[in-house]
Design a protein around this ligand. Structure first.
Ligand SMILES: Nc1ncnc2c1ncn2[C@@H]1O[C@H](COP(=O)(O)OP(=O)(O)OP(=O)(O)O)[C@@H](O)[C@H]1O
Ligand SMILES: [Mg+2]
Length: 376
C-alpha cells in the first residue's frame, strides 16, 4: 500500500520552483493518496508554466514508478499555498501578447483524435456560458462536424440538466476509460454524471484539476473536429488546468452587455492571454430582449457593450444572442433551442456564431484529417 511518505520521499529527488527540494517546497500542495491513485499540485507563477512543465512530468513519472501506484496526476497551479515564496499570484504576472510565437511556446499535449478544444468561459457567473456552450456544440454538429461537449464546471455542472441526461456513463471493459453519453449526435461528459452534486462541492484545487484531467483523457472521445468545454465562472484552478493541460485552440468569452459584466469579461480575456491561450472571440448574451407577446425589443441589460469591448480589446466579436423566453425555457427544459426550434431566430444566431468560430479556428470543416496512429 502506497503512503504519502513514500511519495514525499520520492519527490525529494526533485527541486521545487523555489529552489528547495520539492518534498519540502512550499509550492507543493497536499499530497492526496487514494488507494493506488496519487494527486498533488505544484504552485507556480503561471507565466512560467512552460518552464515548469518538465518538473511536472518528472514528478509524475517518478511517482508512477513507485510500486503500488496505478495512476498519478500532477498539475501546475497558480494558487500558491500560504507562505509560499518564489511564486506569484496570477494578477502579478506580466501580460503576454497572443500570436503564433506565443502559441508555439505553449507545451500542453492535445487529446488524441481531437482537432480543436475550445473553452467557453466568462469572468462572471450566470451570464449564459452553459447555454451558449451547449447550443454552440449542437450548432457545430448541425454543420456536419464531429463534436464533443465537456462540462468542466465541477462545482455547478449544468450540462446534464441542459441536455436532460440522467444515465451514468459506462466504463469500457478492459480499458478503464469512460464512454461519453450522446445527445443529439454530440458526445457529452460531465462531472454531474459521475458524482453526487454535494460530493464535488467540497473539492479543493488538486481534486478539481484531476477531475478535469480525467474527463479529458480518460474518456473515449474518439475522433472529434471540436470539443467544446463549458467552463466554470471566474479565473481559477479549472481555467488554469485547461490552459496548461488541454492544448486549447482558444477561448470564447461570453458576456452580458452591461458594464459590470464587461469588467469581468475583460478579466477573463486577460487571464487566457496570460496563459497564452488565444481569444477566439466574444459573444454577447442576453442582448436585446424580444417580447414573446408583441415581438417588441427592449435592451434590458443594454446592447452592443460586448461588441464595443471586443473592438477595444482587439478580439473578434462573434455575435449577439437575444434574451428570450424561449431560450430560457428550452435550456431549463432540457431541449436546447438549436434542437427544439431548429429554424428559429435564436438558432440562426448560434449557427452563425458556430460558422464564425470555425472561421476563427482557421479551417474548413473536415478538410484535413488528423494523423492516425494505428498500433497493431
Ligand atoms: N439568452 C438567454 N435568454 C434567456 N435566458 C437565458 C439566456 N441565456 C441564459 N439564460 C438563462 O440564464 C440562466 C443562466 O444561464 P447559464 O446557466 O447558461 O449561465 P452560466 O454562465 O453557465 O452560469 P454559471 O456561471 O452558474 O455556470 C439559465 O436559467 C438560462 O436558461
Ligand atoms: Mg454554467
Amino acid at each position: 500500500m502506497i503512503t504519502r511518505d513514500d511519495v514525499l520521499a520520492r519527490l525529494s529527488e526533485l527541486t521545487g520552483p523555489d529552489g528547495r527540494p520539492l518534498a519540502q517546497s512550499a509550492a507543493l500542495s497536499e499530497v492526496i493518496v487514494s488507494g493506488s491513485k496519487v494527486y498533488f499540485s505544484i504552485a507556480i507563477d503561471p507565466s512560467r508554466s512552460a518552464e515548469f512543465e518538465e518538473l511536472r512530468v518528472r514528478a509524475e513519472g517518478l511517482v508512477r514508478d513507485l510500486p503500488g501506484v496505478e495512476s498519478v496526476i500532477v498539475t501546475l497551479t497558480a494558487e500558491a499555498p500560504a507562505g509560499a515564496s518564489g511564486t506569484a499570484r496570477p494578477q502579478t504576472a506580466p501580460e503576454r501578447p497572443v500570436g503564433p510565437r506565443a502559441a508555439a511556446a505553449r507545451t500542453p499535449a492535445g487529446v488524441p483524435g481531437v482537432r480543436h478544444i475550445v473553452a467557453v468561459a466568462s469572468g462572471k457567473g450566470g451570464v449564459g456560458k452553459s447555454t451558449v456552450a451547449c447550443n454552440l456544440a449542437l450548432a457545430l454538429a448541425r454543420q456536419g462536424l464531429k463534436v464533443g461537449l465537456l462540462d468542466a464546471d465541477i462545482y455547478g455542472p449544468s450540462v446534464p440538466k441542459l441536455l436532460a441526461l440522467t444515465e451514468k456513463p459506462e466504463v469500457i471493459p478492459g480499458r478503464r476509460i469512460l464512454r461519453p453519453l450522446v445527445a443529439h449526435g454530440v458526445k457529452v461528459m460531465s462531472i454531474g454524471f459521475l458524482v453526487d452534486e454535494q460530493a464535488a462541492m467540497i473539492w479543493r484545487g488538486p481534486m478539481v484539476m484531476s477531475a478535469i484531467q480525467q474527463m479529458l483523457r480518460e474518456v473515449e472521445w474518439g475522433e472529434l473536429d471540436i470539443l467544446v468545454v463549458d467552463m466554470p465562472p471566474g479565473t481559477g484552478d479549472a481555467q488554469l488546468t485547461m490552459a496548461q493541460n488541454a492544448a486549447l485552440a482558444g477561448a470564447v468569452i461570453v458576456s452580458t452587455p452591461q458594464d459590470l459584466a464587461l469588467i469581468d469579461a475583460r478579466r477573463g480575456v486577460a487571464m487566457f492571454r496570460r496563459v497564452e491561450v488565444p481569444i477566439l472571440g466574444i459573444v454577447e448574451n442576453m442582448s436585446t430582449f424580444i417580447c414573446p407577446h408583441c415581438g417588441g425589443r427592449s435592451d434590458i441589460f443594454g446592447h452592443g457593450g460586448a461588441r464595443h469591448e471586443a473592438g477595444a480589446l482587439g478580439v473578434p466579436f462573434l455575435g449577439e444572442v437575444p434574451l428570450t423566453m424561449a431560450l430560457r425555457e428550452s435550456s431549463d427544459g432540457g431541449r436546447p433551442i438549436v434542437v427544439s426550434d431548429p429554424s428559429g431566430a435564436e438558432t440562426a444566431t448560434f449557427l452563425d456564431i458556430a460558422a464564425q468560430l470555425m472561421a476563427a479556428l482557421g479551417n474548413a470543416p473536415a478538410e484535413r484529417q488528423p494523423p492516425r496512429i494505428v498500433v497493431e
